[in-house]
Design a protein around this ligand. Sequence first.
Ligand SMILES: [Mg+2]
Length: 232
Amino acid sequence: MKYTTLLFDLDHTLFDSAVAEAVAFDDTLRSAGAQDPSDYYPTFEAINTDLWSKVEQGVLSPNEVRHLRFEMLIDATDLTADPVEMGNRYVWGLGNNGELYEGAMEVLDTLATSATLALITNGIGEVQRTRIDRVGIEHFFDAIVISGEVGTAKPGTEIFDIAFEHLGTPDKATTLMIGDNLGSDIRGGINYAIDTCWYNPDLRSSGGVSMTHEITNLSALVELERTPHESD
Ligand SMILES: [Mg+2]
């Protein structure tokens, strides 16, 4: 068996979101008068992580995260700034900073010759569209599904239904979900009853979550597509 449909996550899988987040946060906090933005980062990270986990649970929309994370940061700290302005500036920074991981473009280029590719990403539409356009990867994908645009997120099954509809209902047996996040990508693939590939470059523990494949380098996907699978 060979996968004919490859569903990719974007953040921290193809795209180096960590750089984008660091630059955007520093700029946003300085614009709000912070002398040392790093002082505020642990609080922001805790708020942001909690809000995105609520998106995964389906109790919050991605677009609500945009300003709410700064309202909560201002409430929790000594900052006196406009959360809407901060939210907008941060979103601009997220879209306009960061690049694809080294080698990601080449991997997509190779895989696109033998499989149908799609993006399924949890995020704000404006951020993800800006990134996708700026790094020039839109042409690789037959479907780009962004939770902030469709109102439903991984690991729920609805966002996969939307992608499958765009792709003309491919065979689940030859579809693979590839991503770095156990809670959204791997759990989402399991929920949708498709094979999963965990991108785990930092060799983290899977915490008992069982995926079909695990890779530490994106180029391993090309090999995965060339070699027979265990289930053959
Ligand atoms: Mg990710």
